[in-house]
Design a protein around this ligand. Sequence first.
Ligand code: CA
Length: 197
Amino acid sequence: MNANMRVAQLVVATLLLVGCPTAGLSGLIWDNGSGIGSLLPAFRGGQVGADDFNLGVLTYRIIHIRWWGGYPLGDPYLDSFQVIIRTPDDEGMPGLPFFLLLEGPNPVIRREVPGGTAEMPLFQYDMVVRDTVRLSGGRYFLEVNNAPDPDAGLWFWLTSDDDGVCWAYDTEVAPGEWIESEDYVGDLRFQLYGHAE
Ligand SMILES: [Ca+2]
């Protein structure tokens, strides 16, 4: 290894340590983030959403999660995100929590992005994963909720297309159960960054 390579490694390591949410971001390992589907909220107020991803056969360390959303009432409030990675249950639905990535040690950076309207601006959210989150190959679910308390306001997760499938933790049709989206279809818009180990 020559000196230039050492410097380059040091720069990369420094970027990771600093955790800048946008600079030096590489290692896209799951991409549901390229498009914008319907601007209509994918879920009813208070519902929690999740979508699946598949890492194939390799083991990955997840270092950064990015997702997009907005506020149907047009008034961004103080976010309080809970981000959870779940394994599938026996029926292929979102199952037990595998990693709970809470807001406290994982501050979420919010910034407005093009594509919204004056009444409903759209936002990108970036979270540096500070814990060691290592996922062996296979299928998982990413759940993101933002203070799903109607008194705190409403937040919705943008979809990335209009024909994919996502899941909602239902509060009305089948309380306490995950249901597969049928009436409000679309993959949820998110990206995972990391590296194979
Ligand atoms: Ca999906």
